[in-house]
Design a protein around this ligand. Structure first.
Ligand SMILES: Cc1cc2nc3c(=O)[nH]c(=O)nc-3n(C[C@H](O)[C@H](O)[C@H](O)COP(=O)(O)O)c2cc1C
Length: 164
């Protein structure tokens, strides 16, 4: 619960390397996500090359946080391995983000991207799907919490629309 509450989308990072054993822990957490029929349709690309980070960040406006971090991780899924490839990929990404937070790292789900261009930059085969490219690194600061709807607005009892 602490990690869930403390995770934030981080868009400004320190120029500080992530130790590789920490990075591997974070990726291991991603690989322990649930997936449809345990298909594990995911693969990950670690991106450290500044030129690549710059290119990925420039693909669309809201991709800018990628250029603010010392590295990024692309989460890729194979639609041939799972009918639910998007959901599986989202589960893996969420695990990754929470584990990153545990290690004091920030991340930011980037969806604002032209997937064709992203695939070109990273050499990802045409038939795979890029779920997200998240910057990852030590934050300049963790932003203030963003608001959440109160539970009474989103939780019902027994029937849609019946308040608790
Ligand atoms: C599916 C999805 C797509 C998102 N796309 C972007 C994005 O393209 N660029 C960005 O800066 N943040 C993006 N975000 C981050 C959201 O803006 C952020 O999660 C939301 O404002 C809540 O803030 P928090 O993550 O700090 O709790 C995305 C988040 C999700 C889950």
């Amino acid at each position: 619960m602490e990690m869930i509450l403390k995770r934030r989308s981080v868009r400004e990072y320190k120029d500080e390397e992530i130790p590789s054993e920490v990075l591997m822990k974070v990726l291991e957490a991603a690989s322990w996500a649930p997936s449809s029929k345990n298909s594990q349709p995911w693969e990950f690309i670690i991106i450290r090359d500044k030129e690549k980070l710059g290119k990925l960040a420039n693909v669309r406006f809201w991709a800018f946080p990628i250029a603010k971090a010392p590295m990024a991780i692309a989460v890729i899924v194979d639609p041939r391995k799972s009918k639910r490839f998007l959901l599986d990929g989202a589960c893996a990404t969420m695990n990754l983000m929470l584990a990153a937070r545990y290690h004091g790292l920030g991340t930011c789900w980037i969806a604002d991207m032209n997937r064709k261009e992203v695939k070109e930059v990273l050499g990802v085969p045409e038939d795979l799907y890029v779920v997200t490219v998240t910057p990852i690194g030590y934050p300049k600061e963790f932003p203030k919490p963003t608001p959440r709807k109160p539970l009474r607005e989103v939780v019902y009892l027994e029937k849609y629309g019946r308040n608790i």
